[in-house]
Ligand binder design. Structure first.
Ligand code: GTP
Ligand code: MG
Length: 76
């Protein structure tokens, strides 16, 4: 895991909506303030074409792309 980041902000501004767009996990969105009580944790894949160029110079058994862990934190 290369990087972790959190989405923070006041309640009902669309944090979970953004989280659902970018991560592989789906959190519950709601039109009511303070609806979320738990954080949602998801992983974003970070494909990088440059790894294939590097592999031409240094052959590897497997190419593993990095990921970013993203945490959707309940609103303040
Ligand atoms: N008009 C509009 N509504 C939005 C947008 N993004 C989210 N919403 C709506 O706003 C409401 C709250 O969205 P959430 O993503 O649940 O907000 P949140 O910040 O995660 O809320 P908490 O977890 O309770 O803090 C939902 O009804 C969404 O459909 C947007 O860009 N525009
Ligand atoms: Mg939320």
């Amino acid at each position: 895991m290369a990087l972790q980041c959190g989405i923070i902000g006041i309640t009902n501004v669309g944090k979970t909506t953004i989280f659902n767009c970018i991560s592989n996990t789906k959190g519950e969105t709601n039109a009511f303030a303070f609806s979320a009580t738990k954080s949602n944790i998801g992983v974003v894949q970070v494909p990088d074409k440059r790894l294939y160029e590097l592999e031409k110079h240094q052959v590897t058994e497997k190419i593993i792309h990095t990921t970013v862990e993203i945490v959707d934190i309940p609103g303040f």
